[in-house]
Write a protein of this length. Sequence first.
Length: 286
Amino acid sequence: MTSTTFRIGGDLDVRRLGFGAMHLSTGAGPDRENALAVARRAVELGVTLIDTAHLYGEGANEELLAEALHPYPEGLLITTKVGVARTGPGGEWRFDGRPEILRDQVEQALRRLRVERIELLQLHRVDPDTPLADQLGTLRELQAEGLVGRIGLSEVTVAELAEAREIVDVVSVQNRYNLLDREHEPVLAACAAAGIAFLPWRPVAWGKAGAEAQIAAVAADLGATPTQVALAWLLDRAPVVLPIPGTARIEHLAENLAAADLELTPAQRDRLDRLAEAEGAESGSD
């Protein structure tokens, strides 16, 4: 039976099916009230890992989660990401891992989330114009100061992960990965070997009719939805996988979280594995 929990960094227990807050509206009015309700309902349904980032509304998403959930219930982990800033020539967003930018974004996140320490902080992207040692060195300093508990990465290669682990203790990696997009399979394998949490962003993605028909067939056999099958496949893929599906609708939230109770048969798992491998081979030939 697939384990429903994982211990990030060896000491931080979370349920493996989390929630990505990116799609929650941070504006005023009914949409905001709905977003607050979705965040609260996620926790009521047992979510213990919520993912946000400075990039999501330039911190507005962090503020929304604090408004919805602070004071935070015991055992809830809100992880955020830094390293993308509105510092381009025309004020546009760009990867920015300069020490002063990272430190400022962490200080802003602490204030917006209303916490004294961010238990899991992830580098949103590696800035190619700043030495990785400088980027992670800054996060390590913040960790030493007690402002950051654990450090993770996002959208990295196997080589970048290996280099980062020479500098800091990496406890999580957040890369794009789903049933039909397995470009980062080598990164997942590296994380599984090292016991590093792997948080796939965009954990559900469609667009190929033939593949979708096969997923729908498995879903019909199980009395489930294709989305639930895709999430169940991720949970079954490796014990370190912690999907963070996001939604702005409460009914979809409940549907997503119900995937944790879905058990694939060996034949169904093999069918989906072969489908994913075929899709990966096809995309690699483009």
